[in-house]
Design a protein around this ligand. Sequence first.
Ligand code: GKR
Ligand code: MG
Length: 445
Amino acid sequence: MSRQNTDSKTPMQIKDLRIHSIAMADPPLRSSYGLHQPYALRNVVEIESIDGITGIAETYGGDNPRAALENLRGQIVGADAMRLLGDLQPLVHGEGGGSERSQVNLVPGENPLDTSARTYAAVETACLDLVGKSVGKPVCDLIGGRVRDKVSFSAYLFYKHGGGGGEGADARPDEYGECLTPESMVRQARQMADQYGFQSIKLKAGVLDPGQEVETLRQLRQEFGGEFPLRIDPNSAWKLETSLEVGRALKEELSNGGYLEDPCAGLDDLATLRQQLLSEGIDTPNASNVAVTSFAHLPENLHKDAVQVILCDHHYWSGMRQVQHLGKICQVFGMGLSMHSNSHLGVSLMAMSHVAAATPHLTYDCDTHYPWQSADDEIVEGGRVPIVGGCIEVTDKPGLGVTLDHDQLARGRERYDKCPYRKRDDTAQMRKHVDPAWERILPRW
Ligand code: GKR
Ligand code: MG
C-alpha cells in the first residue's frame, strides 16, 4: 500500500513524471551478443517537484523499460521524493534468484525478471537527484558521503566493423575505424588511452577465435607494459576447456589487477575454472556481470567460490544504495567489486560516478562505454562530460551535477521516433550486416 503524502504539500512532492525515449548513434561494435545497432536506445526520466525542481535519471532504452516506468506513474506522481523510495521497496529485489535471473542469454535490459529492480533504480536516481538539487548537496554526499573525489574508468575496447553509427544522412564519422585484428586493437587502445588518459584496459572478446584474442592481449601488454591492468570479457562465449587454456595462456597478462570476465557460463563452470587455475598456481580471478546479478545469487556464489569480482551496476542492481550494500558484502566476504556498463550518455555516467564515489570497497576501475558515444547525442547541458586522466571528477554541484539540455533531448526523441529500433537486438544486426545465418551459440569455442 503506497503511503503518499498528498494532503499536506511538501516541497519535494512530485507533480510530474516525464519519460523520454531517445536514440543515440552507436558504432558497429561486436560481442558474443552479435553486433550493435546503428542506434543505442535509452530512456530518460524527469520527475518534477511542486516547487519546480527536476530530478533526472537515465536507464535502459526502448519500449519495455519505458512501459515498466509508466506502470509506476500512479505511485510516483503525488508522492514525496524522500518517502517514495521506501514505498517502492517491494520492487527492489526483482524476481527469481536462479540461473533464469542471470544475464547470460538475454541482452542487458531485456530480462523480465529484473524489470522491477531496473525500474526502481531509475526512480531512485531521479529522486536522489531531486533531493540533492533541492537541498544543494551532491548525490554522493547524500548516500553516505564520498570516499573519493575522482572515479577512475577503464578503456573499454571493442572489435568493430567500419562505421561510426547512425544511419542515412545521420551516419557519423568513424572515429576509431574498423578493428578486427590484434594490431588494429592496439591502435584503438592507444587512441582511446591517449584521448582520455585511461590507466587500465578491458577488452570485449568472444568475437574472434580465442587464439587471436589471446594474441590481442599479448600485444596490448607489449604496448602498455606489465603495470597496466588488462581484463578480457568474452560474455560466456567459451567452453570451460577454452577458458582454462586462455587462463593459462594469459597468466602474465592478467596478473596485475586483471581478471577473466564471464569466460564461460554458469557458477559451476566458473568454480571449476577457478579451482583448476589455482591448483596450477594461476590466481587470475573470475569476474562477472551475468552470472551474479542479484543478492539472491550471492550465497551460492560464495559457497562455490565461482566469481571473485562482482561487477555492480546501479541500473540493474536496484540502484545506488543497493550497490553500496553489495560493496559491503563483497568486502566482508573477500570479494572484489568492479562496475559494469552499457551504452550510455552523461546522466548515467554521472550516476555511475556518484555511486562509485560513495562506495568505499570499489576495487577496480569502472567500465564505461562513454567514448563510443558522440557529442552530437549528449543530452546534458554543456555537452560531453570530461574524462581526464581516466577519471570523472565528482564536484560539489547539487544532485548528479548535471542538468538536461532540452534541445538535445528533443533531438534524441526525434532520432528515436525515426529509427526502427524499439529494443536492443544484436542478433538481428549480425544477420543483416555480417552473416544471414548467424546464431548466438553459447559456448561458441
Ligand atoms: O555493449 O556489447 C556490449 C557489451 O557486451 C554489454 O552489453 C555488456 O553488458 O558491457 C557489458 C559486459 O561487460 O558484459
Ligand atoms: Mg561483462
